[in-house]
Write a protein that binds this ligand. Structure first.
Ligand SMILES: Nc1nc2c(c(=O)[nH]1)N[C@H]1C(S)=C(S)[C@@H](COP(=O)(O)OP(=O)(O)OC[C@H]3O[C@@H](n4cnc5c(=O)[nH]c(N)nc54)[C@H](O)[C@@H]3O)O[C@H]1N2
Ligand SMILES: Nc1nc2c(c(=O)[nH]1)N[C@H]1C(S)=C(S)[C@@H](COP(=O)(O)OP(=O)(O)OC[C@H]3O[C@@H](n4cnc5c(=O)[nH]c(N)nc54)[C@H](O)[C@@H]3O)O[C@H]1N2
Ligand code: SF4
Ligand SMILES: [Mo]
Length: 708
């Protein structure tokens, strides 16, 4: 692609920053060219800015670090050996068919990812239900935003991460940012918060750590991990006590206030201070800033959501917005900052256990009939809802005997990871499609090397609900095929010659029809429109050409007239505080929380292969307060083991006053002895089935260097 500049989007997080790819001569590649990233200042979300991951993203296109041919595990050596595509695909088709024939369709599992394009997520869900006939499909988004999604649906009748574009943030009066370290997880978006402050707006950050994001705040509340539910209820209590509710809004646009109010009134400030460690004066200051502002937003990310009570916690934050009239109005509302590249679209088109395309429900007869019609199968042939991600992984080797996995690396990223690694090893058959030999791919019987973002076209939906087009900029190396080609070929080998096109635009046309009339309606969106309009916000129904000749403009702002519930009213959900699934005790006296650093992405499968990023973030660490370090007798940089009932993870101590003395923090990007998910608790939220990544009880053991 020499001498051309192709606009596209970053392969990593949900901000989906716009970037341009330009061809450059590179003698060591097949056609003598490679691509480099250049600024794309005209794209509104990031206006040219990129973080280090986006800037270095083309390094992963090099065949030095990626898979370039299929691998099959040899019976003779037990090792993965090079194979042809025909052998690899046939081995997978045979493996999945054998399991189905012997143990039934539900013995075959499928695991997807929120990084997959809409076209891939849609095809994977269809492949599971139509070709394999299995109910056992879920994906890593369950580990990400499922709690916020559940609370969104309860309150608003619709789940789109942000109900407004990011550009609204600088113009609101106050933002409460809860458990989001945007400065490290979406650096170009920090600008929106800086502009908010420049415009006189207030920023409140809620995080047990004084992160680079919290440093920007006018007010930083540092609750004990796992107590956001009490905090939000305490704020609501104070709102009521101070007479700062918006009674007109409550009456006109909500239902269920009496019960929610009663539940909140049980959380008086002194009790909340005891639970959270946040002082009463700080609670009052937060309420004052939030209620004095002419408009206000609450934004949550994984901090309050990845808990066994994440759904209720988000409901409590939504209640705060509703009680103060900060929802369904311009420049006000609740939003969740979704995480993965297609974290939003990936949860809409059917790779989730209970879902059909267009964010339809698998147990809704009308939804089944519509989607079955598009797929050309009888509605009764569609299986029912399956298990959630952790429950599916936990069932591997039990009643799920074979697994097809695309776009996730659970050996590193699943909770109680040593157990899940064991489950994966106990499978009769595991097939993994990936761009690199991830820790999970390394366990597979067959590994398929797939194309990457710059080598294929497809759509993603960013955290704002903006559907975007990633364009193919260069050919993949020989020996690599796309996920859609893989699914198309496997479908054919399993008796479905038709219905699984490998061409992304053809898939998108079908997705449009399948989503038509559903909550996430994409039917009015086309590749051409996305390209011309900097993306299109769903819902975007296709208008009847005769009645309404103009195209539907898309919906950047939701709920301004009515909420998406049957009666149009937002629903309060009455919730009360409860402790974490595992609270500290004499044996495990310290709280562990986990998260991210700016230079690594997720399980690290991609970013740990990039020199510049590794230099910036070479390995895991254990962040702890000087008081705790002193008590343990551990010095900066010394190895420290973090031990829970599930196992241990070791990293060098990183001592900082920016964390609560009762809490340690580890990032989760690394495998091996520094894998924090060996330690984390898989306790699940009863509604969203989200695991409790953000809090468990641990003990700390300084690892004395022998002889020292
Ligand atoms: N560099 C980088 N960027 C990423 C990713 C990445 O892996 N690396 N991943 C992407 C994805 S998929 C996601 S989901 C997003 C996640 O984005 P974030 O949610 O911003 O990331 P985390 O670091 O997981 O968690 C955010 C903060 O929650 C705090 N926290 C921990 N426990 C609690 C608690 O109990 N209550 C509260 N209020 N806060 C708590 C942590 O201290 C942390 O600072 O990032 C996306 N962007
Ligand atoms: N302790 C702890 N654990 C966590 C979290 C936490 O905060 N703390 N966060 C959780 C969250 S929010 C998330 S989202 C998960 C993420 O954790 P994972 O699901 O492991 O996410 P990734 O590391 O992005 O894995 C994606 C894999 O798919 C590959 N890949 C990328 N693009 C494609 C593609 O187009 N096709 C195919 N076939 N493969 C592709 C990548 O190379 C990589 O191996 O981790 C969860 N785990
Ligand atoms: S913020 Fe996210 S989308 Fe933007 S460059 Fe960084 S990783 Fe890519
Ligand atoms: Mo995520």
């Amino acid at each position: 692609m020499r001498d051309e500049t192709i606009p596209t989007h970053c392969p990593y997080c949900a901000l989906q920053c716009g970037m341009n790819l330009r061809g450059v001569p590179r003698p060591d590649t097949a056609d003598g060219t490679a691509v480099e990233v250049v600024e794309r200042p005209d794209f509104p979300v990031n206006r040219g800015a990129l973080c280090g991951k986006g800037r270095t993203s083309t390094s992963l296109l090099s065949s030095r670090v990626r898979l370039t041919g299929p691998l099959i595990r040899s019976h003779a050596t037990g090792r993965l050996e090079p194979a042809t595509w025909e052998e690899a695909l046939r081995t997978i088709a045979d493996g999945l068919r054998r399991t189905r024939d012997v143990h039934g369709a539900d013995a075959v599992g499928v695991f997807g990812g929120g990084g997959l394009t809409n076209e891939k997520a849609y095809t994977l869900g269809k492949f599971a239900r139509v070709v394999l006939g299995t109910s056992q499909i879920d994906y890593n988004g369950r580990f990400c935003m499922s709690s916020a999604a559940a609370a969104h649906n309860k309150a608003f009748g619709l789940d789109r991460g942000l109900p407004f574009p990011l550009e609204d943030i600088p113009r609101t009066g106050c933002v409460i940012l809860v458990g989001s370290n945007i400065a490290e997880t979406m650096p170009p978006a920090l600008r929106y918060l800086t502009e908010l402050k420049e415009n006189g707006g207030k920023l409140i950050v809620v995080d047990p750590r004084r992160t680079r994001t919290a440093e920007q705040a006018d007010l930083h509340l540092a609750p004990r991990p796992g107590t956001d539910l009490a905090l939000a209820l305490g704020l609501l209590h104070e709102v009521v006590a101070e007479g700062r509710t918006d009674e007109d809004f409550i009456a006109a646009r909500t239902s269920g206030w009496a019960e929610a109010r009663a539940a909140a009134m049980a959380h008086w400030p002194e009790l909340v201070e005891r639970i959270t460690g946040v002082g009463v004066p700080q609670l009052r200051e937060a309420v004052r800033l939030f209620c004095d502002a002419p408009s206000a937003m609450v934004l949550t990310a994984r901090g309050p959501e990845q808990h066994s009570k994440g759904t209720d916690t988000v409901s409590a934050w939504i209640n705060l917005c509703l009680a103060t009239g900060r929802a369904g109005r311009p420049l006000s509302g609740y939003g969740c900052l979704t995480g993965q590249g297609n974290g939003q679209g990936g949860r809409e088109h059917g790779q989730k256990a209970d879902q059909l395309p267009g964010y339809r429900k698998l147990d809704d007869p009308a939804a089944r009939a519509h989607v079955a019609g598009v797929w050309g199968v009888p509605p009764e042939s569609l299986p029912g809802p399956g298990r959630s991600a952790y429950e599916l992984l936990d069932a591997l080797g039990g009643d799920v005997k074979s697994l097809l996995l695309m776009g996730s690396n659970p050996v590193v990223s699943a909770p109680r990871a040593a157990h899940i690694e064991g489950r994966l090893k106990s499978l009769d058959f595991l097939a993994v499609a990936d761009v690199v030999l991830s820790e999970t791919a390394a366990l597979a019987d067959v590994v398929l090397p797939v194309t990457q973002w710059a080598e294929e076209t497809g759509t993603t939906t960013n955290l704002e609900g903006r559907v975007l087009l990633r364009r193919k900029a260069l050919d993949a190396p020989e020996g690599v095929r796309s996920d859609l080609e893989v699914l198309s070929a496997l479908a054919a080998l399993l008796g479905h010659e038709k219905g699984f096109p490998a061409d992304p635009e053809e898939v998108f046309q079908e997705l449009r029809r399948a989503s038509a009339g559903g909550p996430a309606d994409y039917s009015g969106i086309t590749y051409r429109r996305i390209a011309e309009e900097d993306g299109v916000f769903w819902p975007c129904p296709e208008l009847d050409a005769e009645d309404e000749p103009a195209a539907h403009p898309g919906t950047p702002r939701l709920f301004l007239d009515r909420f998406a519930t049957p009666d149009g009213l937002a629903r309060f959900v009455a919730v009360g505080h409860r402790p974490a699934a595992e609270e500290p005790d004499a044996d495990y006296p310290v709280l562990l929380t986990t998260g991210r650093v700016v230079a690594q992405y997720q399980s690290g499968a991609q970013t740990r292969r990039i020199d510049e990023l590794n230099a910036a973030a070479p390995g895991p660490f254990v962040e702890l307060h000087p008081q705790l370090a002193e008590r343990l007798g551990v010095a900066e940089g010394e190895p420290l083991a973090v031990v829970s009932r599930r196992g241990r993870a070791v990293g060098p101590a990183r001592i900082t006053t920016g964390i609560r003395p009762d809490t340690v923090f580890m990032p989760f990007h690394w495998p091996g002895e520094g894998r924090v998910n060996t330690v984390t608790n898989p306790a699940l939220d009863p509604t969203s089935r989200m695991p409790e990544f953000k809090v468990c009880a641990v003990r700390l053991e300084p690892e004395r260097v022998s002889g020292g």
